[in-house]
Design a protein around this ligand. Structure first.
Ligand SMILES: [Zn+2]
Length: 154
């Protein structure tokens, strides 16, 4: 679990050469990634953005959205109004819900596209915050957004 992983990461990165990149295999959810980078990890890989996208699970700055839920069936809003990915800028939750329920291939493609875009935004945000010396503030904003939860149903 996350607590055990963070316990290892509180110790392990300091044992590795400081001038070499630090790789963590198979991680993970957005808060796992942020916690790992906070503890000195430089890079990681995971199937989660694409596997979740194929199964209707989407990660947003306000937490997890399950597009298969009926609450999205008539919702004209995007997955995440602040996201600039093609799935959010061109398609509604209602459309994404419909194509997921219809088992259309485009569903997994669009939801994966959004998830990858979001994960890249997280990584870019952390890189920028580390360079600016503002990681703690960035992390607090990240957790505050995730704690809000998804927007209210219409
Ligand atoms: Zn998006």
């Amino acid at each position: 679990g996350q607590e055990a992983m963070f316990g290892c990461l509180d110790f392990a990165p300091e044992q590795l050469p400081a001038d070499k990149p630090r790789y963590l295999m198979g991680v993970g959810k957005p808060d796992d990634i942020v916690g790992a980078v906070k503890r000195g990890i430089d890079m990681m890989d995971c199937v989660l953005p694409s596997r979740s996208g194929r199964t209707g699970q989407v990660f947003t700055r306000n937490g997890v959205v399950n597009i298969k839920n009926a609450r999205h069936a008539d919702d004209p809003r995007p997955l995440d109004e602040a996201c600039t990915c093609p799935a959010c800028s061109k398609y509604s939750r209602a459309y994404l819900h419909h194509v997921f329920r219809s088992q259309e291939m485009i569903s997994g493609m669009l939801l994966t596209w959004h998830n990858l875009h979001y994960f890249q935004e997280i990584m870019q945000g952390m890189r920028d915050a580390i360079a600016a010396g503002t990681f703690a503030a960035w992390e607090a904003d990240f957790h505050a957004g995730r704690a809000q939860g998804d927007i209210e149903p219409l």
